[in-house]
Design a protein around this ligand. Structure first.
Ligand SMILES: Cc1cc2nc3c(=O)[nH]c(=O)nc-3n(C[C@H](O)[C@H](O)[C@H](O)COP(=O)(O)OP(=O)(O)OC[C@H]3O[C@@H](n4cnc5c(N)ncnc54)[C@H](O)[C@@H]3O)c2cc1C
Length: 395
């Protein structure tokens, strides 16, 4: 059944979270308007990891096979020491009894956005509007409105703020974004250098523990991406200075020639969770609701999981198959996952890699050794790293 205006959902932001929610509403034939500030979908480099449950969820839109064909299957991930090499390797293949895609997919997030946009365009009920920046949101007991920077007002029944970390929706509702900002910034350098041909046993996803300069080395379809922590107070000219970038890369693997550098990106990293995910008829999802460091690749994945949870509830309410009270469960089901599960894993991952304390370094290595040797511990670790455990899959 197609429900018509004014019984519609407004979605602010066409990133992975907003477009996933829009796809669910489109599938159910619910009228929704997606308001996106940019004039088109951006293609900048951001997340590159899709976890097993995310790939499974996206199957219903016919998107997963497309992403797999454009991405790189990474069945394993490693923790390594800069000097010793491989410390531990975990294989998602061990989870094939509980998921249909037992691997991480390394694929740029913009490819998901384009695939979801194509899916939505094939449906009649969702209107995707570019160049429409939302300035503020208001609500009454019966409905919501979004005021655009042009002054135009859009009316609806419910509104989803999936407008990223600096969410105007969250700010408009004065919802605190609690947590902290890490003191260092993260520099991501992309290079076509074939590390896998030179570094023993390297897989596509590698986290390097080092007390001087930890880093991660991930393969995306086109390039290797190396992420380094950098002094957030240093000026950007120093950070991006080509010889400084070369020095960092030479510490990853020493070469005779300079590395070819395809891109460099610098960003600040936070661990924050919105105090509320629902206020009246307005909801937050994705980075608007939670942000975390990228060690574990959980940010975008968690946002897509939010969108699935809420999108299904909104579709059921709008088509009359659920009572509106089901919407109250969204915050109770999703906020604790950001607050406890994702925060705990990503903070621990960072601390384990960066610690300068010899006792902590030994404890981390011992934990890895014990976990890889013990099948029950290894399975539990994999269930958490794959985010399956965050969705209740414990077996
Ligand atoms: C460099 C980098 C690397 C990352 N790596 C990883 C990774 O490996 N794994 C991982 O899981 N995550 C990673 N992340 C995080 C990941 O990119 C985000 O979690 C993800 O993009 C969040 O999706 P979203 O849909 O919530 O928000 P976004 O992707 O930020 O989308 C929000 C959208 O809202 C629009 N918008 C903003 N304000 C308004 C407004 N007022 N009105 C209308 N539209 C608006 C924006 O233009 C944007 O299109 C990375 C992030 C960065 C920056």
């Amino acid at each position: 059944m197609i429900t018509s205006d004014p019984a519609q959902v407004i979605i602010v932001g066409a990133g992975p979270a907003g477009l996933t929610a829009a796809a669910l509403l489109a599938e159910a034939g619910v009228y929704a308007t997606v308001l996106e500030a940019e004039s088109e979908l951006p293609t900048n480099l951001r997340a590159s990891t899709f976890h097993p449950p995310t790939l499974q969820m996206l199957e219903r839109f016919g998107v997963t096979d497309k992403l797999v064909s454009e991405g790189l299957i990474a069945p394993t991930f490693q923790f390594r020491d800069r000097f010793v090499g491989k410390l531990a390797e975990f294989d998602f293949g061990e989870l094939k009894d509980v998921c249909s895609r037992p691997y991480r997919l390394q694929c740029e997030q913009y490819k998901l956005n384009f695939a979801l946009k194509d899916y939505i365009s094939g449906k009649d009920s969702v209107d995707l509007r570019f160049g429409t920046k939302v300035r503020a949101v208001e609500q009454t007991p019966d409905g919501v409105s979004a005021t655009l920077s042009s002054g135009e007002k859009i009316f609806g029944k419910y509104l989803l703020g999936s407008d990223g970390a600096r969410s105007s929706v969250r700010q408009s509702l004065n919802i605190p974004f609690e947590g902290f900002t890490w003191p260092e910034a993260f520099l991501v350098v992309s290079t076509p250098f074939p590390f896998e041909e030179y570094m023993d046993d390297l897989c596509w996803v590698n986290y390097f523990a080092d007390p001087e300069e930890w880093f991660f080395l991930l393969r995306a379809p086109d390039f290797w991406r190396v992420m380094f922590p950098v002094n957030a107070n240093a000026n950007e000219q120093e950070i991006f200075d080509p010889s400084a970038v070369q020095r960092r890369l030479q510490r990853v693997f020493q070469t005779e020639c300079d590395y070819e550098v395809a891109h460099t990106t610098l960003y600040r990293v936070h661990q924050r969770v919105a105090k509320k995910y629902k206020q009246g008829r307005v909801f937050l999802a994705g980075d608007a609701a939670h942000i975390n460091n990228p060690l574990g690749g959980m940010g975008m994945n968690g946002g897509i999981h939010d969108a699935f949870n809420l999108g299904e509830k909104l579709a059921a309410v709008m088509t009359g198959t659920s009572k509106t009270t089901v919407l109250d469960d969204y915050e109770a089901e999703r906020r604790p996952i950001a607050l406890e599960y994702v925060n705990e894993i990503t903070i621990k991952n960072k601390k384990n890699l960066e610690t300068k304390d010899p006792l902590e370094q030994r404890a981390f290595r011992k934990m890895l050794e014990e976990t890889t040797k013990d099948p029950a511990k290894r399975r539990l670790y994999l269930l958490r790293a794959s985010m399956l455990a965050s969705l209740g899959i414990q077996g």
